[in-house]
Ligand binder design. Sequence first.
Ligand code: TTP
Ligand code: MG
Ligand code: MG
Length: 481
Amino acid sequence: MEWPAGERAVLHVDMDAFYASVEQRDRPELRGLPVVVGGPKDARGVVSAASYEARAFGVRSAMPLRTAARLCPRAVFVPVRMDRYLEVSRGVFAILDRFSPLVEALSVDEAFLDLTGCERLLGGPVAAARAIRDAVRAECGLTCSVGVAPNKFVAKIASDLEKPDALVVVPPGAVTAFLAPLPVERMWGVGPRGGGTLRAIGIRTFADLAAADPARLRRAVGAHAGALAALARGSDARPVVPDSSRKSVGAETTFPEDVSDPDALRETLVLLADRVGTRLRRDGLDARCVTLKVRYAPFRTITRRATLEAPASSTGALLGAAWRLFRERTPGAREPVRLLGIAASDFLAQPLLFAPREEARARRVDDAVDAVRRRFGTAALGRGSVVASGAVGRAKRGSGSGGARRAPSGASPEPPCPRNASSSSSVSSAPSRASSPFSSSCSVPSGGPTCRASRRPSSASSRSRPRRWSAAERAARSAGR
Ligand code: TTP
Ligand code: MG
Ligand code: MG
């Protein structure tokens, strides 16, 4: 099929039941069987991936494993083998890179490619899409689904529409007719929850949404109304940007002396979760996975990964997952800890517009904190309160670095780090797609004078000394008058 000359051509490629398909490929005895990746059927975790055979029974990603076992008792439950999936992912992306210099990875198993103007080289975007599917099948032994469209939004919807093993092409002239009858739940970030909100005001399809009265829509969904309506009309000018295609956002801290006080370790996790969450929210990312890294003396490092029940960017959700991993899946504070790290990964292609209630509540608190920090500097607000109000348990307040912090004056671009510790943040990006979330090759300096200057001991005497007010405190006081 010919693509109109001069029109943008964007491909969205997504592997089918990725983790489960890798398991079925590596273990031929699993082929044709319902396979659930995530752990034993009686474990407390959630499903990472379900083969299409398991989906026939209603099993889905992010569902508790025990629910999956109830829905499909004869399913084969296997553990997550992240290293293996990353290795296969590397192979898939090596193929995609042959087709365009503009490949934007969204997660381990999906990417956008800009193929505008590729007619002479590749025979046009549709021929290229076929060639990609053939190459993935031949070289990786896996199937993928591909959407071809004039922009990212439509390409993403198209790739998902007829999964698995599908190619859906939406030429520029067909966008309106393609989108019009689709249920609003198909829109990124809307899902069943947002769908309910929209249906309550009579909006069922993309066509309804595109034609909705702007004021009424704004009353129902808030500030996103305009963006939603534009997307429903198929209008999306976002470019395919390889450099923005981050795989993970992480922060870690090395203690100068090994730490075995659980409260101190928990405080550190609060601050790390805060740093990672702040970055996610700043960049509009919602993560599906949280990885905890713990190094014990001498240099025994373990990483533990959890899939969140719903994609999240709130500090509370990240902390909750990290603290659970620490308590339940590591030796915890029984061994002295030298380093702690948290990384968020598996980002949604589009931030959630309708987050689950818990996450929405946590996000409101975080948004308020972020706003204060934008205005007065990062050190203006600490994170003791997040823990106290969140689902994760007790916060240690007022002592050490986890309590309500005061600014030492001036602003830093990142939330503060624990005292007595050296820290770094990392942003793992497209070139290291298959690296660990903590890949040191992708570490970037965290900046933030608070971090680097935080080697002072946090003795009681230093806290009780009279202190000059920071700019933020002065502003807060005068605002309060
Ligand atoms: P998806 O592409 O969303 O799902 P999928 O590849 O399993 O199935 P399909 O695309 O055919 O619908 O996610 C890619 C992988 O990411 C998935 O195989 C496992 C992992 N993942 C999680 O760990 N937790 C999740 O909640 C989701 C949705 C995915
Ligand atoms: Mg997939
Ligand atoms: Mg995917």
